[in-house]
Design a protein around this ligand. Structure first.
Ligand code: A2P
Length: 255
């Protein structure tokens, strides 16, 4: 399994990225630096996250260590809804580049677009073991569009945020799903690693957010696993589809 996917414009996009939603300034700076030093090569932020300056500081610190080069890093940010007019795109793009303290970004996404563009390089979608989006993935494959699974852990952070605002939402607790936990125990891994590995081994890009150094490291340690079958040499993660059929593919009620 490779550690990146080739986009339809020829660029390579790393399968593992650090999500930065709900990570404020100084916290995100430390998280981005830790992630880059732990081997992440993709950072996902947005104008709307109000933390591009912190993300930029983290990137700068990692570059200053001499262990990472700018050309090795894939930085994604997003056009805010207030910039969704042809005449405003350049202005917002420049604002983001400046806040990040970079000369360029690698991918500029439209935040929360309506509809589906055949010529997109990547489609940010909610894909988890619970909500595998097989039909949408078929369409993307046909058009050579890579998929980024945001909230690949089913967004425990969203639940906390909504509850703080007095809104109760039902989200599947994938980190405590009995099947996921069983697979994790069997392979001596955490539930989060199982959820992430399940996606990357199908060439789905994942961007788990964490500002906790231990969890950042843990979420990045998903490539040195052998996908295979029990009893055939390497201990093993199930191949896509195998061992996962019993999971209930419920629709997550936030889209
Ligand atoms: P933390 O930053 O404290 O690690 P989102 O909800 O936006 O998808 O973000 C992921 C959420 O899951 C965050 O709240 C993050 O909290 C938490 N998280 C990230 N990695 C792990 C992990 N390995 N185990 C448990 N929780 C995690």
């Amino acid at each position: 399994m490779g550690s990146s996917v080739k986009l339809n414009n020829g660029q390579k996009m790393p399968l593992l990225g650090l999500g930065c939603w709900q990570a404020p300034g100084d916290e995100v700076a430390a998280a981005v630096e830790a992630a880059l030093l732990a081997g992440y090569r993709h950072i996902d932020t947005a104008y709307n996250y109000l933390n591009e300056d912190g993300v930029g500081r983290g990137i700068k610190a990692a570059l200053a260590s001499g262990k990472v080069k700018r050309s090795d890093i894939f930085v994604v940010t997003k056009l805010p809804m207030i910039g969704m007019q042809a005449g405003k795109v350049e202005k917002y793009l420049k604002k983001s580049i400046k806040a990040l303290g970079l000369d360029y970004i690698d991918l500029y996404l439209v935040h929360a677009p309506l509809g589906f563009a055949e010529r997109s390089e990547t489609d940010p979608s909610s894909v988890t073991v619970y909500f595998q989006q097989l039909k949408m993935r078929e369409v993307c494959k046909k058009h050579n569009i890579a998929i980024t699974a945001y909230a690949p852990l089913a967004s425990p952070g969203r639940k906390v945020l909504y509850e703080k605002r007095g809104v109760k939402i039902e989200l599947p607790d994938l980190l405590n799903n009995p099947v996921v936990r069983l697979v994790a125990e069997k392979h001596n891994r955490t539930a989060a690693q199982v959820l992430l590995r399940f996606l990357v081994q199908q060439d789905i890009i994942v961007i788990p957010k964490s500002t906790n150094a231990g969890r950042i490291k843990q979420n990045g340690d998903i490539f040195n696993l052998q996908a295979g079958r029990a009893g055939h040499g390497s201990p093993a993660f199930p191949e896509p589809g195998r061992g996962w059929q019993k999971l209930h593919h419920a629709r997550i009620p936030w889209r």
